[in-house]
Design a protein around this ligand. Structure first.
Ligand code: ADP
Ligand code: GLC
Length: 519
């Protein structure tokens, strides 16, 4: 829903009087004036992302983009910049156009809309129908294929961030810091650097394997200067890497767990960037800040659940299990219920789950799988369900309610990830009393205590995985032990507080350093 009138003044505050300059738009400006009063001592941070769970999400990045700006709102004025996909433009929240940005090379002109979410989070929407008004996910069509012009779509996002940071386009809100996430936002720090802006930038890696690599022939259309094509710039084996641009040109890099921060400096996890990242780490420019989970993850109050339950209410949990069995066409059973809630991609090790499926069924277990992703993986999951009717059920798709019911109803969550920067599902599962069986890597290693709140295994092999499953089956038979583990899992202190402080400190340090370098 876009308002037709351009409202260039609605964001133009006079902080001394707390009165909006554009006083002709009285009703809205009063709210904005209150904003200005409240925000006077806060740093202004532009959070550049390709998904936010309120409007559009394909995985954990959407969850983090929704949670972190809110968790920081008492300390900083964090606003989100996101492309105007149909899911964004057609949401119930009105969008007021507040800025106009011109075209540049092959990157088209666009508008900036402002959307105020009901709880006050401000979203800047990059309005450019020719790039974003398409049915599908943020990255591709519903058949799983990426859009061929993603380099243009996300370069436009990076450039818009740089233009807002430069005070262009009449947005009238200039950030003190730009926080860019993953390859789709990787060009934001780069365009800012090439324009000589002194605004500091933070780049967060949620997943190093997705790099946004394109031919160097794209330089002219993306307005990338020739000198960027060097090892210290965004060159990656003779091509251009959006992700490397974020790493090379930002003031600091974070990733989403301490273990992954170490892992990505090694060849096994570095995706060809381990040397580059190791040198950043040596300079103190790479750190790990773990994600949290938000307060909606409460099994006693979650409105997605028909059968809410608290600690020690195992009948309530069992009612969720029955519901999940019904939803997935599984037979009634007193055996353990395993769940997979996952993007269906190589990272998540679904082929290993295929390798242990027969073992799970033979031991009296059942498996419910929900996911969406690569067409081949989706097909393999459908075939698995056909092999074990009544024991394994699969739903291809993305559905938040089903996912939450699965965390609530399952006894164990399977996460045999090859690598996992942080992982949120294992924290959600624990909070809902489902014990993760997971690979000992990245954020999984940091958030699961093996034998206490879940089961970890070391090798990406069916044997190693099966051995962890044996431990899970053993515990399932010892109900007092199972319930004690569930209680410990459900009371783990996962929240955003532990992330807010390090991010806030980092924002402050980067802004102060940039200010002193300027002065
Ligand atoms: P990743 O971001 O790598 O996919 P995370 O564990 O960090 O992994 O986050 C995954 C998020 O996506 C969680 O919120 C999880 O519940 C959600 N999710 C994944 N697949 C589905 C699905 N098919 N339906 C609903 N939610 C899903
Ligand atoms: C990525 C990672 C996942 C992480 C999420 C949010 O999608 O794969 O491990 O939890 O981003 O940071």
């Amino acid at each position: 829903m876009i308002s037709a009138a351009v409202e260039p003044h609605t964001e133009h505050f006079n902080p001394d009087t707390s009165a909006p300059v554009g006083s002709d738009i009285v009703a809205t400006s009063r709210g904005y004036a209150a904003d200005a009063r409240q925000n006077r001592h806060k740093r202004k941070v532009l959070f550049v992302t390709s998904e936010i769970a309120d409007l559009v999400k394909t995985g954990g990045l959407g969850d983090v983009s929704a949670a972190l700006p809110r968790a920081m709102s008492h300390l900083h004025d964090v606003r989100v910049l996101i492309p105007g996909y149909p899911q964004v433009m057609e949401s119930d929240n009105p969008i007021h156009v507040v800025g106009e940005l011109g075209g540049h090379a092959a990157l088209p002109a666009c508008q900036i809309g402002r959307m105020d979410l009901p709880d006050g989070l401000v979203i800047y929407v990059l309005i450019c129908p020719e790039l974003y008004q398409r049915e599908g996910t943020p990255y591709g069509a519903n058949n799983g294929r990426d859009w061929p012009d993603n380099h243009i779509r996300f370069a436009r996002l990076g450039l818009a961030a740089a233009e807002i940071a430069a005070g262009e386009g009449m947005v009238h809100w200039t950030p003190d810091l730009v926080h860019a996430h993953d390859w789709p936002a990787g060009l934001a720090p780069a365009y800012m650097h090439w324009r000589g802006l002194s605004t500091p930038t933070l780049f967060t890696i949620h997943n190093l394997a997705y790099q946004g690599v394109v031919s160097r022939a794209c330089c002219p259309e993306l307005a990338i200067p020739e000198h960027a094509l060097q090892q210290e710039g965004m060159e990656f084996y003779g091509k251009l890497s959006f992700l490397k641009a974020g790493l090379a040109y930002s003031s600091h890099i974070t990733t989403v767990s301490a273990t992954y921060a170490r892992e990505i400096t090694t060849p096994a996890f570095g995706c060809g960037l381990d040397g580059f990242l190791d040198s950043k780490a040596q300079q103190g420019l790479l750190s790990g800040i773990p994600n949290g989970i938000d307060e909606s993850w409460n099994s006693a109050t979650d409105s997605h659940l028909e059968h809410r339950f608290g600690l020690n209410d195992w009948e309530g949990k069992a009612a969720n299990a029955s519901q999940v069995r019904e939803l997935f066409g599984l037979e009634p059973s007193t055996g353990p219920l395993f769940a997979v809630v996952s993007r269906l991609v190589y990272q998540k090790g679904l082929d290993l789950t295929l390798g242990v499926a027969e073992f799970i069924v033979e031991q009296g277990g059942q498996l419910a799988i929900i996911g969406r992703g690569e067409p081949e993986e989706e097909q393999a999951m459908r075939e698995l369900a056909l092999r074990f009717p009544g024991r394994i059920g699969v739903r291809i798709g993305f559905n938040e309610t089903d996912a939450r019911r699965m965390f609530a109803g399952s006894d164990f969550l399977l996460m045999p990830s090859r690598y996992e920067p942080c992982g949120l599902s294992q924290m959600y599962a624990q909070r809902f009393g489902s014990l993760p069986v997971a690979r000992n890597t990245g954020g999984l290693a940091d958030t699961i205590e093996s034998g206490v709140t879940g089961f970890l295994f070391d090798e990406s092999t069916v044997e190693s995985y099966r051995e962890a499953l044996q431990r899970a089956f053993y515990v399932f038979e010892k109900k007092p032990l199972l319930n004690a583990m569930r209680c410990l899992a459900m009371t783990q202190p996962f929240n955003w507080c532990q992330a807010v402080e390090p991010y806030a400190r980092l924002y402050e340090e980067l802004v102060v350093r940039a200010t002193s370098q300027r002065g």
